[in-house]
Design a protein around this ligand. Structure first.
Ligand SMILES: Nc1nc2c(c(=O)[nH]1)N[C@H]1C(S)=C(S)[C@@H](COP(=O)(O)OP(=O)(O)OC[C@H]3O[C@@H](n4cnc5c(=O)[nH]c(N)nc54)[C@H](O)[C@@H]3O)O[C@H]1N2
Ligand SMILES: Nc1nc2c(c(=O)[nH]1)N[C@H]1C(S)=C(S)[C@@H](COP(=O)(O)OP(=O)(O)OC[C@H]3O[C@@H](n4cnc5c(=O)[nH]c(N)nc54)[C@H](O)[C@@H]3O)O[C@H]1N2
Ligand SMILES: [Mo]
Length: 715
């Protein structure tokens, strides 16, 4: 999303710098952006389609052969076992890829299956869930107004490493420092003193997984002291009368024991939220991937509303993207959301937004009744073996499929199981516009970049792969010439034409008359266009079918009882690890982390990013390590019900006692992975420890943080 100035000499990337004139990133560049050239040139990046051979290796095939075989096998599976015997998983890079994003819905619809999965259910489902029930649209998210806020209470996020996420902006460190510099306060709540906590006004350790209690206590306190002061959105609210009663028992004293944060501190935080001219509460992956993920997000939204900070300058604001997925142009509808229209077959978990939780993928392949089991899978830009719970079982499940098709540039932990791999063009070989992240940007901006190079080798941009696959599938299904012509047209059309349509029909398009935005107009602005700071706009952002904000949807109010039950009032979960005998393993809570030199599971093959200090270590407080008899860099064995990994520890005062941190996305040592750089420092996969049974009960999002592990010296 950052503006990049890329110099090309003789058809090769000569340099990549941050574009100082970019209205959003203002010259910032991170190691991943600087690595795009190396990624483009990576010899391991696939340059042509691959087909599994009888010997189990891969051999080159033509696109026609590959698409034809894919279509024939998908059709055969669906004919014999029903539509939903085919499943689809869309991974994270989809949202960073214009073609994959705009053509993705066609793929989902075209496969006609109820077994749809994506990385959303190991990530931001709770946020989408809260938005769906409160605002009536799963994509209507608020963004912290980081540049104007006075008090920023941040939980479970590390934007200095991650770049911001639901607060996209590029130069996040500069923006966050800005809060402190202008006399405001940045308060970070995290079980690790992170890179973000290090530049904050205040850092509070919290016991992993207990944020919902802290948030409930804050809301209780704010309601007691300030009452409901929603400001100009008051007329949009419903359900407010139910809040005080629902939260009555959640006092700061109730929260103090389990969270490890004093009642007085909680009271002070509530006071700060009430007295600030512009305050915002923000929670991200750490509050999302836990047992109360959705409830955390509901409470966060409520705090912002009740203190008058939702849709207010300096608070939690809404974007007005030029290409708008909330009020999309016809034919590009991602949907308002839905819940419980169908269920998974083994555990009976409800769909959300047309998807099932990816934590059930393996069991729907391995454990379902024969007439309901998944037999074939298409993955697009995803690596579920490393990114979803119990990766070893996902491995086993993928191995057992009748057919696996992967749209992916690498032979990695997931795609090594594929029957066919279809390689997309590189990021420098396709045009780009940030349809997804402009929804989450801290300023309204629009920027389009053309492809720098034509697709290398025999690769194709995503839109051609998807439309091509659907054309072949249509033929296998016996569709007529008209359909074939439609798919051909879509193969030719490409995402830029759809983008153009979306811009013209969007809020800054034709409605603005001759000045209106079009792709042509935008393409002349090489640095992108600044469309101004976020402005109060909630009333116009709410969908017509749900033109109100529900403060107390039943599903969340009821969940407070589970919260009360599950988190004991006193701190039985003491903050020191419990070691019974010297030789027995100690019990810790495991959390994850991200690093600027990595991107989930798939950028460890770039030499520059892989070099330097090894990243896959288990951070542990020195006193805990001493108790265990472990020295820095010595190996520890980490065990759960699901599996065990052996990993060097790294002593760090930044860790809360009794909590350890492991990055996810490693574990490249599996056989058959063709990543020459990444496999040299394979690391271990955190998801060989995570438990698919451990979910946020409301949304079905996976719990990836704060679960118990046993640790002992590995020697
Ligand atoms: N334990 C634990 N697990 C986690 C997390 C965690 O913090 N802890 N984080 C979770 C989060 S937030 C996320 S988003 C998920 C990510 O989960 P996934 O999306 O499943 O995994 P990624 O590592 O992003 O893998 C992306 C895949 O896409 C391929 N790829 C890259 N670019 C492109 C492209 O342009 N087109 C195509 N077709 N393919 C491409 C890569 O080679 C790789 O195989 O992981 C989740 N899993
Ligand atoms: N360099 C880099 N940037 C990335 C990515 C990457 O892999 N590398 N991934 C991208 C993706 S897909 C995403 S979703 C975003 C994520 O963006 P962020 O959410 O900002 O990033 P994380 O580093 O995952 O931050 C999660 C924080 O939650 C803390 N935490 C863990 N458990 C708890 C808990 O129970 N309570 C609280 N309060 N805190 C807890 C962790 O210590 C960690 O600091 O980053 C994106 N940006
Ligand atoms: Mo993510």
């Amino acid at each position: 999303m950052c503006g990049l100035a890329i110099e090309v000499e003789n058809g090769e990337v000569a340099s990549i710098r941050g574009d100082a004139a970019d209205p959003l990133s203002r010259g910032h560049i991170c190691p991943k952006g600087a690595a795009l050239g190396a990624l483009h040139d990576d010899p391991d990046r696939l340059r042509y389609p691959l087909r599994r051979t009888r010997g189990g290796d891969f051999a080159r095939v033509s696109w026609d052969e590959a698409l034809d075989e894919a279509a024939t096998r998908i059709h055969a599976i669906q004919e014999e076992h029903g539509r939903s015997a085919m499943a689809v998983y869309a991974g994270n890079p989809t949202v960073h890829n214009l073609g994959a994003l705009l053509y993705g819905p066609l793929l989902l619809r075209g496969l006609r299956t109820k077994n749809r999965f994506s990385a959303s259910s190991v990530d931001q489902w709770p946020t989408m869930f809260a938005s769906y029930f409160m605002y009536g649209h799963q994509l209507l998210w608020s963004v912290p107004d980081v540049d104007r806020t006075q008090t920023f209470l941040m939980l479970g996020a590390n934007p200095v490493a991650s770049g911001g996420s639901f607060m996209s902006g590029g130069d996040m460190t500069v923006r966050l420092r800005g809060i402190v510099a202008r006399g405001g306060r940045l308060i970070v709540v995290d079980p690790r003193r992170t890179e973000t906590a290090a530049i904050a006004s205040e850092h509070l350790f919290i016991r992993p997984g207990t944020d919902a209690l802290l948030l409930a206590a804050l809301l209780h306190e704010v309601l007691e002291r300030g009452g409901l002061r929603p400001g100009h959105i008051a007329s949009l609210l419903r359900g407010q009368e139910r809040l005080p009663g629902a939260l009555r028992s959640f006092t700061p004293e109730r929260a103090a024991g389990p969270t490890g944060i004093d009642a007085d501190v909680i009271r002070r935080l509530a006071g700060e939220l009430l007295s600030s001219e512009g305050a915002v509460v923000y929670g991200r992956l750490g509050t999302s991937t836990q047992r109360f993920g959705a409830t955390c997000q509901w409470l966060i939204n409520c705090l912002n509303i009740v203190t008058g900070n939702l849709d207010r300058v300096g608070g939690a604001m809404f974007t007005e993207p030029a290409f708008d997925l909330v009020h999309p142009p016809p034919s590009i509808d991602f949907g308002r959301g839905s819940f419980g229209r169908w269920r998974s077959s083994v555990r009976g978990l409800p769909e959300f937004g047309g998807e099932l939780p990816v934590a059930v993928l393996a069991e729907e392949i391995l454990d379902a009744n024969p007439n309901e089991a998944i037999r074939g899978l298409v993955t697009s830009a995803g690596n579920p073996v490393l990114s979803t719970p119990n990766g070893r079982r996902v491995d086993e499940a993928l191995r057992s499929l009748d057919f696996l098709l992967c749209i992916d540039p690498y032979v990695n932990e997931t795609t090594r199981h594929a029957d066919l791999i279809l390689p997309p063009a590189s990021p420098l070989e396709r045009s780009h516009y940030d349809v997804a992240f402009n929804l989450l940007a801290v300023r309204n901006v629009a920027k389009w970049s053309p492809a720098l190079f034509p697709p290398s080798g025999d690769t194709r941009p995503e839109h051609r792969i998807i439309a091509g696959l659907l054309r072949h599938l249509g033929r296998a299904r016996g569709e007529g010439a008209l359909d074939a012509a439609k798919w051909r047209a879509l193969e030719e059309l490409g995402p830029d034409r759809i983008l153009d349509l979306g811009l013209r029909l969007g809020p800054r398009g034709l409605r603005q008359g001759r000045k209106g935005l079009s792709l042509r107009r935008l393409s002349r602005e090489v640095h992108g266009m600044d469309l101004g700071p976020l402005e109060p706009c909630l009333a116009s952002r709410l969908p017509a079918e749900h033109a109100y904000v529900d403060l107390a949807p039943e599903i969340f109010v009821e969940d407070l009882a589970r919260l009360d039950d599950e988190l004991p009032a006193s701190s039985s979960s003491s903050s020191s690890p419990q070691t019974a005998r010297k030789t027995a393993p100690a019990t810790f809570r495991l959390i994850g982390r991200r690093h600027p030199r990595g991107n989930n599971s798939w950028m460890h093959n770039v030499p520059k990013l892989a070099a330097g200090k090894p990243l896959c270590t288990l951070l542990m407080h020195p006193a805990d390590a001493k108790d265990l008899g472990l020295a820095d860099r010595e190996e520890a064995e980490v065990v759960t019900r699901i599996g065990a990994v052996t990993v060097p520890i790294e002593l760090s005062e930044s860790m809360m006692r009794g909590v350890v941190s492991l990055p996810h996305g490693f574990g490249h040592g599996r056989s058959g992975v063709k990543l020459r750089v990444a496999t040299q420092r394979p690391g271990v996969s955190m998801n060989d420890l995570t438990d698919p049974a451990n979910l946020d009960a409301l949304s079905g999002n996976a719990v990836l943080t704060g679960f118990l592990v046993d640790i002992r010296p590995a020697r």
